[in-house]
Design a binder for this molecule. Structure first.
Ligand SMILES: Cc1cc2nc3c(=O)[nH]c(=O)nc-3n(C[C@H](O)[C@H](O)[C@H](O)COP(=O)(O)OP(=O)(O)OC[C@H]3O[C@@H](n4cnc5c(N)ncnc54)[C@H](O)[C@@H]3O)c2cc1C
Ligand SMILES: *[C@@H]1O[C@H](CO)[C@@H](O)[C@H](O)[C@H]1NC(C)=O
Ligand SMILES: *[C@@H]1O[C@H](CO)[C@@H](O)[C@H](O)[C@H]1NC(C)=O
Length: 450
């Protein structure tokens, strides 16, 4: 059994042991006290999935989610013509974890077809299209042979210690060493939200473009709900969870120990006290996010090493772009030999199921003010379609993204220290910084215990 699965397995098997934390219960009435086997912080993709799996296994759960809807990054917008358009996770690997999850809510799946009929490669700062043949044809076969040398990239829990030095090379050097120049441009698109890819430790870029992900793309073995509405499964999960999902709610303080966890939560119906045997944290593990949990020095010493990038996903209409096209930002004078522009940048624009609506992916190293991001996106759209008046109709700050540490920290055994925190103070963790950026990997991590 994989190590991570074992950890969650113990999470569930210990769930019915007695409560032991001693929170200040005096100010909470019985009506304001919620007692559960497992409390889950973050009702995004992995938190919602875990809640359903635990509940189906007979455990009692509560999910605490700051947004009004479950789903986290999974976001779907209804356009003025009534089409549901995704601007978050939209397609999923063809794995048991994925098909089980959608069939749990009777949602039929189909082979995913990327909306749009053609691709254009242009420098978004000038509007100039690249000459045909500028970008090499990506040789994914060669890339998969390289990935086969590192067969543990699906889950950070499986990283060897020590980690091969080559995985710590800046990705640009890794590309040259392994002669995978032909896939460099495409991997930079796959690993959007990870900063300037050629500067990142190769580990992080290869981990995003891992074997199941790349094979899925090559073989077209990628799934979507038949409606293409990725949010629908989370809406159904939210209906099923009912009052077990505390939405528009945040944790304000916590007591955690080896015998239980208590959380004070601000909800639209006032402050509640949650007493749970176990805690599963799915929020990105940055110290600021975890502060209400009352981190001790061991925990904050580890979590404070995490750095992140910034990433935005946006829908626009009234664009004047050519119908059905996907536009990729490719810059001949980018400063690297692969035409990959330096951040901050609008990386690509996708046609969607709605012919009038386009989906833009904007990536930066550091968080920018929303107004700056919006203005930069509009500027590029106007450059691509002079005289147009594009409108932003949906906007999401999808950060913190690319949560990771320096090559030096990885070398010193960061991930070994990190994974020793699984279960410490009855607290477990999942999400992209811990397991995988792919929904399939995150759901498999939980599914492994059944
Ligand atoms: C634009 C975009 C497109 C993507 N496309 C795909 C795709 O097609 N297929 C795929 O498999 N993956 C895709 N991904 C990756 C995707 O993020 C993951 O698969 C999945 O959403 C990660 O789930 P998660 O639960 O870890 O994070 P999230 O879904 O982000 O959930 C985290 C939750 O925690 C909550 N939270 C945050 N901070 C706190 C806090 N301090 N306290 C409490 N709660 C907090 C958030 O509100 C959120 O609901 C995409 C990501 C983005 C941004
Ligand atoms: C753009 O979308 C907005 C919001 O859905 C809508 O009100 C507007 O009519 C749309 N404009 C065009 C040109 O489609
Ligand atoms: C998904 O996998 C199943 C089982 O391996 C297979 O029958 C099916 O054709 C696959 N679907 C796609 C879209 O590749």
């Amino acid at each position: 059994m994989m190590r991570a699965n074992f950890l969650l397995g113990s999470l569930i098997s210990l769930a019915s042991y007695g409560l032991g934390a001693s929170p200040d219960t005096s100010s909470f009435s019985a009506a304001d006290t919620i007692q559960r086997d497992i409390a889950i912080i973050g009702g995004g993709s992995s938190g919602t999935h875990a809640a359903i799996k635990f509940k189906d296994a007979g455990k009692t759960v509560v999910v605490i989610e700051p947004q009004a809807q479950l789903g986290g990054h999974v976001k779907t917008f209804t356009t003025s013509s009534g089409v549901r358009v995704n601007y978050g996770p939209s397609n999923f690997q063809n794995s048991t974890a994925v098909t089980d999850w959608f069939s749990r809510f009777n949602i039929p799946m189909v082979q995913y077809q990327q909306p749009g009929t053609g691709d254009k490669y242009a420098d978004f700062s000038t509007g100039k299209e690249l000459a045909d043949g500028t970008l090499p044809h990506p040789d994914f076969g060669a890339y998969l042979q390289v990935l086969a040398k590192f067969p543990y990239l699906e889950d950070f829990a499986h990283l060897p210690n020590p980690i091969p030095d080559d995985l710590l090379l800046p990705f640009g050097q890794f590309v040259e060493k392994y002669k995978i120049q032909s896939v460099a441009y495409t991997l930079a698109q796959f690993a959007t939200s990870n900063g300037n890819v050629f500067e990142q430790p190769a580990l992080y870029i290869l981990k995003v473009a891992d074997i199941p992900y790349v094979q899925g793309i090559i073989n077209g073995a990628v799934l979507a709900p038949a409606s293409y509405d990725a949010q629908s499964v989370f809406q159904k999960a939210q209906d099923f969870l009912g009052s077990d999902a505390l939405v528009s709610s945040t944790v304000s303080s916590a007591t955690r120990s080896n015998s239980g966890v208590s959380l004070v939560v601000n909800t639209p119906k006032g402050k509640k006290l949650i007493k749970a045997n176990k805690l599963l944290v799915t929020a990105p593990p940055k110290v600021d996010n975890l502060k209400p949990l009352g981190l001790d020095s061991r925990e904050s010493g580890i979590f404070s090493k995490f750095q992140n990038k910034a990433f935005y996903t946006v829908l626009l209409n009234n664009t004047g772009l050519e119908e059905g096209f996907r536009y990729y930002n490719a810059k001949p004078d980018a400063g690297n030999t692969y035409n990959v522009p330096t951040l901050p940048v609008l990386q690509f624009i996708w046609a969607t199921k709605d012919v009038d609506t386009y989906w833009a992916w904007y990536s930066c190293v550091n968080t920018l003010p929303d107004e700056t991001v919006k203005a930069n996106i509009i500027k590029d759209f106007k450059t691509l379609a002079p005289g147009s008046n594009p409108q932003i109709i949906a906007y999401s700050n999808a950060g913190p993204s690319g949560v990771g540490v320096s090559a030096d920290e990885i070398k010193k055994g960061f991930y070994t220290d990190l994974f020793k925190l699984q279960g410490y103070k009855n607290t477990w963790y999942t999400g992209s910084a811990w397991i995988s950026d792919h929904s399939a990997g995150l759901w498999k991590w939980v599914l492994g215990m059944y």
